[in-house]
Design a protein around this ligand. Sequence first.
Ligand code: C5P
Length: 238
Amino acid sequence: MKPVFIALDFPNAEKTFEFLKPFNGIKNLSVKIGMELFYREGPAIIKKLRNQNINIFLDLKLHDIPHTAEQAAFQLAQLDIQYTTIHALGGGKMIQAAKDGLKKGAEESNHEAPKLLAVTQLTSTSESQLQIEEQINHSMQESVAHLANIAYQSGADGVISSALEDKFIHEKVSDKLLCINPGIRLKNNSKDDQKRVVTPAKAHDLGSNGIVVGRSITQSDNPVETYKMIYSQINGGK
Ligand code: C5P
């Protein structure tokens, strides 16, 4: 089944567990922890969530020299997380090093190695920023596919992308590369700060391998029912 990672964009553990209470009993629940919550609560919150059998996507977006990325990944894998992220712009050697670090950390702690997802171009980067600030003389789509290819060749398991790019990435790079998509909204939701939004059903049609959903669930009147509906839609149901 394709996962729905609930983005736990809360400022502390107390608010996070209060939100998760009604999800108690839902099998195979997956969440995304970002920098905000992890920098506040550290590994302790991962441990608490793992004790409830919740799958963790720890989104810390590594970007450093290969040696440092490897050592950081070695530590992360020992937290018993299932997915983590790295910036593809750090280069193939850095991605390979992080992948090695994840394997070694998993062996050291007897866990399964987390899947490594590469961020290509941040969705907040505009095409003019790409060309003027980064001096990359290509379109956004070309740059994303190029970075996705580097990530794939360097051992990444997947990329973070807009669902609108999934078909292109699967065709240009490999259909084995996981495309995990944020920017998901239900038909009647506000877009908030997201620009290119897609419904869960549309993401399914576009070949998504899993979605990250924050506010559509966390700010819904009935988060559990909304989660169940989104989970069904991304997996091809109504
Ligand atoms: O509330 P919403 O569904 O927009 O939350 C999306 C989540 O995915 C947030 O945690 C955001 O930081 C994350 N994200 C994103 N776009 C990316 C990478 C991560 O929206 N390119």
